[in-house]
Design a protein around this ligand. Structure first.
Ligand code: CO8
Length: 260
């Protein structure tokens, strides 16, 4: 199978661009997340790599979020392994020492939005057909506490409270208004502007910026690190419930019908 992640590293700038290329919609499967984590870890260990731009090689979609087929009709063991990989992705990206910028060149629901929110800065394509947000309640599921915390840290308590209950997906202009993204750019310029913008962040002494980032995020990260196993247990119990499986099944049907 072809790689689901393609990394371009520019030695002269110290910036890597990570292209997610898992057709059709970059859904976050166990395989995809495993590959992504290995890529991030490699870059993290490479002292010459100081910045990371995350973007999509798929048209119209940044990432469709968690791969629903990994949580539907699967064994508790599988669901547990899958959830551990979702945690791992978040821990690696939210805790990264690199400057990270999400170049959101398409829709970014749920886990896709989470991934974008782990970054230090978000640039989204100015296309009203795209949307971004944590829409979990629309699937009849509940965003875990660390999804909630990440959004709260990004847009604040009140906006998060409303967005999460209603499962809101925001068009780019509205996402900009609430601060869920930081900048809008024409679709074909998102990646170029991201690589330009990152130089402003890289102009700051690494150690000062890194310590600042880690101090800002430490409490949120520690909360998951110290509750990892119970979070997995909670997820497995929740997702394997008949009622939740039924909601997920219905949602997948809806996705397929909408297309037909
Ligand atoms: N997982 C698996 N398959 C998916 C997913 C997904 N998340 N999203 C789309 N697909 C499939 C579609 O079913 C479709 O399959 P097929 O070709 O067999 O019909 C194919 O991908 C292409 O999808 P579309 O035709 O819909 O493509 P579009 O370009 O029209 O739209 C979108 C792209 C906007 C991404 C659209 O597919 C979409 O809205 N997808 C659903 C996104 C979503 O709601 N994701 C939520 C996942 S849940 C999550 O991330 C957090 C869960 C936290 C769990 C907590 C529990 C405790």
């Amino acid at each position: 199978t072809p790689p689901k992640i393609r990394v371009e590293f520019d030695q002269s700038t110290g910036v890597a661009v990570m292209h997610m290329q898992s057709p059709p919609v970059n859904s976050l499967s166990l395989d995809f997340l495993t590959e992504l984590c290995i890529s991030v870890e490699k870059l993290e260990m490479d002292k010459s790599c100081r910045g990371l731009v995350i973007t999509s090689a798929q048209p119209k979609v940044f990432s469709a979020g968690l791969d629903i087929t990994e949580m539907y009709g699967k064994s508790p063991e599988h669901c547990g392994a899958f959830w551990r990989s979702v945690q791992e992705m978040w821990l690696k990206l939210y805790g990264s020492n690199m400057v990270t910028i999400a170049a959101i060149n398409g829709s970014s629901p749920a886990g896709g939005c989470l991934m974008a929110m782990t970054c230090d800065y978000r640039i989204m394509a100015d296309n009203p057909r795209y949307n971004i947000g944590l829409n979990e309640t629309q699937l009849g599921i509940v965003a875990p506490f660390w999804f909630m915390d990440t959004m709260k840290n990004t847009v604040g308590q009140r906006t998060t409270e409303m967005a999460l209950q209603l499962g809101l997906l925001y068009k780019p202009a509205d996402a900009l208004k609430i601060g869920l993204v930081d900048q809008l750019e024409p679709e074909d310029q998102v990646i170029a502007v991201a690589t330009q913008t990152i130089s402003r962040w890289l102009a700051i002494p690494d150690h000062a910026r890194q310590i600042t980032k880690s101090m800002m995020r430490k409490k949120t990260i520690d909360k998951l690190t110290s509750n990892r196993e119970s979070d997995i247990q909670y997820f497995v119990n929740f997702i394997t419930k008949d009622s939740i499986q039924k909601s997920l099944g219905g949602y997948m049907e809806m996705l397929k019908k909408r297309r037909a």
